[in-house]
Design a protein around this ligand. Sequence first.
Ligand code: PRX
Length: 652
Amino acid sequence: MTNSGSIQSTLQETRKFLPASEFSAQAHISSEEQYQSMWQKAKDDPAGFWGELSQELQWIKPWTEVISGEMPETRWFTGGQINACENCVDRHLTSWRRNKAAILWEGEPGDTRVLTYNDLHREVSKFANVLKKLGVNTGDRVTLYMPMIPELAIAMLACARIGATHSIIFGGFSADAVADRNNDAQAKIIVTADGGWRRGKEVPLKSAVDESLTKSHTVQKVVVVRRTGQQVHMQTDRDYWWHDLMSDVDPHCDVVPLDSEHPLFILYTSGSTGKPKGVMHTTAGYLLGTTMTSRWVFDLKEEDTYWCTADIGWITGHSYVVYGPLSNGSTVVMYEGAPNWPDEGRFWEIIEKYRVSIFYTAPTAIRAFIKWGDHWPQSRDLSSLRLLGSVGEPINPEAWMWYHRMIGQERCPIVDTWWQTETGAIMISPLPGISATKPGSCTRPLPGVVPEIVSKEGTPLEANEGGLLVMKQPWPSMLRTLYGDHERFKQTYFSTIEGAYFAGDGARRDADGDIWVMGRVDDVLNVSGHRLSTMEVESSLVAHPAVAEAAVVGFPHEIKGEGICCFVTLKTADSEGSDSLTADLIQHVRKQIGALATPDKIRYTAALPKTRSGKIMRRLLRDIAAGRESVQDTTTLEDLSILAKLRDSDDA
Ligand code: PRX
């Protein structure tokens, strides 16, 4: 700690990369002056700035006020009516775009589908009518638990068309997780598939839904897409095949005019307590945020072929596979399966095949590509690429440099985009036409984003002092509440630092004003770019009959970024568990939460180290978990230890 209560960061990275002049010349934001004036205007006159930009969307009824209310109760575009589906689909039908590819889809086994905007309009309208027939009304919640197939995007847009609020659950979550989320959202209908393909295996989704329904009683109907053809149980008067329902339904469905603040979706994410939070986004502000950031950050142009590899089950997929790019009328590549199936060259094959020009992926994937070897990308033609993006966790400089050299061939700007489920859209990121990028820095705030780095007491810090990352001004795509728990919403994001949104991350700003995000300062792990609460894993472990107490911490992991280390004390006298108990505990956590929560290490201990007041000394456990690991990436390790200090200054 320094005198100002900040944390010193040890990461020293001084390389800078400027965009090529040809790129800058054609970019949407093409000069520093343009950025500066946009940023300043958005800060000084947010209503004027966003009010003008709102003309980029198609409105059913114009708004009367751009911003009303103080953060956290800010509302956007009040008085206006709009429909997100109309903006992402219908508005492209009036020009030649109607026959432009909206979705270029590839299944893991190699099957393909192309949906033009016209096709998308027809399928979405039909499914919206199906939902209505099944009793879904405007305002009802619909759970989508599906693989990465076009029907997932169709179902989302169909919900948006009629004003049903979708709640998408990533297909890797377990039956229990589905039941919890259904119950919290009081979902009326669930749309799923028999299964999906992942690394050549069928992921059973319908059977997980069946199991979840024994614990979630609000769900009245289940719609099932036939994807893998595996045997599934269909219950009469509850379960229906997608293709049966779609075979005789009217292809015309009017869009429902919705208030700007109508809830578009709920997406569950982990917080620092055990219970997942239902982050709620509303229509107009979210759509404007994702539309503009897609254009600014990815420099989206009419002729681009854009591929974001995220699963739609995460916020990145919501905002940058579906709403942002489709609202811009782009062609989006969507891939169902794993990057290493049938071999480790699959992503590069897809880029070559579709001539992808913009590629957006996660550091965990990049680290895996590095491990798999350069010959995979080298054996493909990647010359169509013009821009690369990264999201989900801090990117280590080594991975950044490899991405720059091997995939970008030193030609493509890299946008390291910092944002969150809660922020809805990208907040801090290079602008590819103007930013000097630095390996590991997400650089500067986008127009409309006013971040500050402060001490725990809320004092703004000097350059290079690490502290808490907060937002001083509201932005249109920010979450509006945690579903059903507005108190928790206020407590989680707005009580740490007076008058500001607290993101949960630690960061520093360098002397150039560029931001370096270090990671979470709360008890949230970032495993392969996905958020997981240590307490969620702990409560799962203590629910096992053999476990007395558990403490879960993260440790630096070569591929996942952070791995999960569990310290466990047993109810029996022995402090050591058998190999079979270890295997059983791992299975138990996977079953309760899902495969992404699979513990990497289980360590048995007679007792957990505690402070006099009984608080588990997590910092000590983190050191133990990290210290016994042969760590190659010291950058990550150093950042983790800095964060440990930020989070647990009262540990001792
Ligand atoms: O810790 C930050 C990290 O991911 C968290 C948000 O996770 P989630 O809501 O699941 O959304 C992930 C995709 C938007 C943040 O609090 N994070 C995300 N992007 C970056 C990042 N950390 C550093 N650099 C990034 N570019």
